[in-house]
Design a protein around this ligand. Structure first.
Ligand SMILES: [Mg+2]
Length: 251
């Protein structure tokens, strides 16, 4: 008989059961030349549970996990499926191809299981392991303020250059730091991903028709892999932050 686990503390009234959304019927806007010409943040972070995949790794999954031999699919001890939302593989490829730093910021109580899932799962079309798309992983219980302070400390990337997708409203507290928070109550798909990037552009005045300094392009030429970009420009964190809007309060 499958062992029962206690549910991690959450602020949701109703428990969720694992479910998979149907494929998004939104066109892959981020792959168009129009979108690609615009500025992107230096760092995009994702929560894991109900943001990257439709389950709680702590309550719905039992280790050890097993590879399935198929893309975007891992089995747990009892044969239950672990798979990312349909649009996530394409979004992660999009970010990696553009040298945008990708982070995982999860407060799961099962960090080892989460890391095991990322290490066993392969993502189409490249079929590289999911863990290879995440430059930094902050996976441990507690306030996500700590997760983002660690991301900032490790990468040197200003908070105002970070966009964070998460399904839990309580984690909006990271906006105190200046991070752009995007609530994804039904997980990440192409539409909400692009809406989040657009919101970041709106807040930091990186809209169409404006002359935007493309740090990504400059640093790509310098060989950067999405890290320490502003430091390559000889700017301190403070100088970078002073050039951006102040922290935004939202939601
Ligand atoms: Mg979550």
């Amino acid at each position: 008989m499958r062992p029962l686990k206690s549910r991690p503390p959450r602020n949701l009234i109703c428990p969720r059961t694992p479910r998979f959304l149907p494929p998004s019927n939104i066109q892959a806007a981020m792959t168009t030349d129009q979108i690609d010409d615009k500025e992107h943040p230096q760092l995009v972070a994702f929560d894991l549970d109900y943001t990257c995949w439709p389950l709680w790794i702590y309550t719905h999954v039992t280790g050890p996990l097993k590879p399935s031999g198929k893309p975007n699919l891992v089995f747990d001890k009892y044969g239950d499926k672990i798979a990312m939302y349909d649009d996530m593989p394409e979004i992660l490829h999009f970010l990696q191809e553009r040298d945008i730093h990708v982070a995982a910021a999860s407060r799961t109580h099962a960090p080892n299981l989460a890391r095991q899932a990322l290490s066993l799962m392969t993502l189409p079309p490249s079929n590289k392991r999911a863990e290879s798309f995440f430059d930094t992983c902050e996976i441990y219980p507690g306030s996500k303020i700590k997760h983002f302070q660690e991301l900032h400390r490790k990468t040197g990337i200003p908070y105002t250059e970070m966009v964070f997708y998460d399904d839990e409203r309580r984690n909006v507290e990271v906006e105190k730091l200046g991070v752009t928070f995007v609530l994804v109550p039904d997980g990440v798909n192409r539409r909400i991903f692009e809406q989040g990037i657009e919101e970041w552009r709106r807040r930091h005045k990186k809209g169409e028709g404006e002359k935007v300094v493309t740090k990504r392009t400059e640093n790509r030429a310098a060989g950067s892999r999405g890290r320490y970009r502003h430091k390559l420009q000889g700017l301190t964190d403070t100088e970078m932050d002073e050039g951006q809007d102040g922290p935004q309060q939202g939601y």
